[in-house]
Design a protein around this ligand. Structure first.
Ligand code: SF4
Length: 234
């Protein structure tokens, strides 16, 4: 099973001669960038399959270091067996492990999925909480997963930074930063409020299909003229 690449350092374009500060997009350019993403894809969403906030949470936990496509192959059988915290806890670790064994790190993930289900039942009435702190307190749930759930299940304007957002934000000059947390803080600061609810999905899809890690498809990029990356292809 192919694994998602680990986050790694990316080069940030230097300012172009005669254009002070040009390694970062201006506010007008950022607005234009998102206007184009919105025009091309008005209602972006996750490629993970889910049926409710709980199955989304589980799918995101399973997607760590694995592809969405790989997770989607395993989750129909898993969610048919258990689509609520109570049912997942009752299913038990051995059975969950068996159902997700095609996904990388499945042993640890099975343990976390059952443990987080038990905690949801014990502490949250069997519901997925809408608070970041409560989400991050669940086993196997970090800041990125909490951000995805808050955004995708509950419509909060959070922007989860994964490997794709980290790379794209730096290459574009949209939100340069040395760590995912720094990029997230910068995105929070520069992305106009109107675009925040969909920013994560637009940027992740752009990174997955156009601004790819090894060879970005710059000739077909709809924001090429705005992008600050010095090593564009084509
Ligand atoms: S022009 Fe190339 S490097 Fe810049 S965002 Fe588009 S695909 Fe990525």
């Amino acid at each position: 099973m192919p694994r998602k690449p680990a986050l790694k350092a990316v080069s940030v374009a230097p300012a172009k001669p005669g254009a002070p500060g040009a390694s970062r997009l201006s506010a007008d350019e950022i607005a234009e960038l998102f206007r184009r993403f919105a025009a091309a894809n008005p209602a972006p969403t996750t490629e993970l399959h889910y049926t409710n906030p709980f199955t989304l949470l589980v799918a995101v936990v399973l997607s760590a270091q694995a592809t969405d496509a790989g997770v989607n192959k395993a989750t129909p059988a898993l969610f048919a067996a258990a689509d609520t915290p109570a049912r997942m806890a009752a299913l038990g670790e051995d059975r969950v492990r068996d159902l997700i064994k095609t996904i990388g790190l499945f042993r640890n993930k099975a343990k976390n999925v059952v443990a987080l289900s038990e905690q949801l039942v014990a502490r949250h009435g069997g519901e997925v909480p809408r608070q970041r702190e409560a989400l991050e307190a669940l086993p196997g749930v970090g800041r990125k997963t909490a951000n995805v759930v808050l955004n995708t299940a509950f419509g909060e304007p959070t922007i989860a930074v994964d490997t794709h957002l980290f790379r794209v934000s730096n290459r574009l000059g949209l939100a340069p930063g040395k760590t995912p947390l720094a990029v997230e803080a910068e995105l929070e600061r520069v992305v106009p409020d109107a675009f925040k609810p969909n920013a994560h999905h637009w940027l992740i899809l752009h990174g997955r299909y156009v601004c790819k890690a090894q060879k970005p498809d710059c000739p077909h990029c709809l924001v090429r003229d705005l992008c600050r990356f010095p090593d564009k292809t084509g």
